[in-house]
Design a protein around this ligand. Structure first.
Ligand SMILES: [Zn+2]
Length: 239
């Protein structure tokens, strides 16, 4: 099988809402690979983007985007696209922007929690309205979590830039806390993509983020669940 390495434009510019592209392949009429894309494929706790692929006046809705053996595949709602087609892509920006804000909020919360308690993140799921976080921690109660949510909110109101860039893996792995997922092994690639929230956090990450913490808005605790010491669970949402 030949895997096409799509130019993933969202990695360098999370704010791109449209792009032109050429269809590289189509499987079963509805799984489309493009030469370049703005659509984020499900991964790292961040859900996939939705939107439209338009050929002339023909609109194909993107209902799912996934990465399969390294290839970014866009599932569209109907057949009609063919290899070689020139198309125009448009993101459902409202959904993506919420997910960018959630993702950046999650990094700030994780950095505070990990720094202050030594907790490790064991899972996370970003949603448009709700963020779920699992982590390992001995001491655990709602008051502690409220405290860390408050600390997160102190930072979320501020003018703090967020940057992303690549670093050689060897150099990146020397940064304390660069990998916060308990089970995560960095991928077998020469460079890691780093998300840096100035003076707050640096994390290896492939997701899309806002470029300043003042864009995020504030969060509040929804509920906590105790699924054992390796799986304390917290849900939060935007205020
Ligand atoms: Zn992340």
């Amino acid at each position: 099988m030949v895997v096409y390495m799509t130019n993933a434009l969202y990695l360098s510019d999370s704010y791109l809402k449209e792009c032109n592209a050429t269809v590289v392949s189509v499987k079963e009429g509805k799984y489309v690979v493009l030469d370049q894309t703005i659509f984020y494929p499900k991964g790292g706790g961040q859900p996939w983007d939705t939107g439209k692929i338009v050929k002339s006046n023909d609109v194909f809705n993107v209902v799912y985007v996934g990465k399969f053996s390294g290839e970014i595949s866009h599932e569209v709602d109907r057949a009609g696209l063919e290899e070689g087609d020139r198309v125009h892509c448009t993101l459902n920006w409202e959904r993506r922007y919420k997910l960018m804000r959630s993702h950046t909020a999650a990094h700030v919360f994780a950095s505070i929690l990990c720094k202050e308690t030594g907790a490790l993140i064991t899972g996370n799921q970003l949603g448009e309205d709700k963020i779920r976080f699992d982590f390992s921690l001995e001491e655990y109660n709602r008051e502690i979590l409220e405290h860390y949510i408050d600390k997160t909110n102190e930072l979320l109101g501020k003018d703090i830039p967020v940057k992303w860039y690549e670093l050689p893996k060897e150099e990146a792995m020397k940064i304390p806390g660069i990998v916060k997922m308990a089970a995560a092994l960095p991928p077998d690639i020469p460079n890691l993509r780093i998300i840096e929230i100035a003076n707050v956090d640096k994390q290896a990450d492939g997701g899309t983020h806002v470029k300043n913490l003042k864009e995020v808005g504030h969060i509040r605790l929804l509920k906590t669940e105790n699924k054992g010491k390796n799986n304390r669970r917290v849900y939060f949402s935007f205020v």
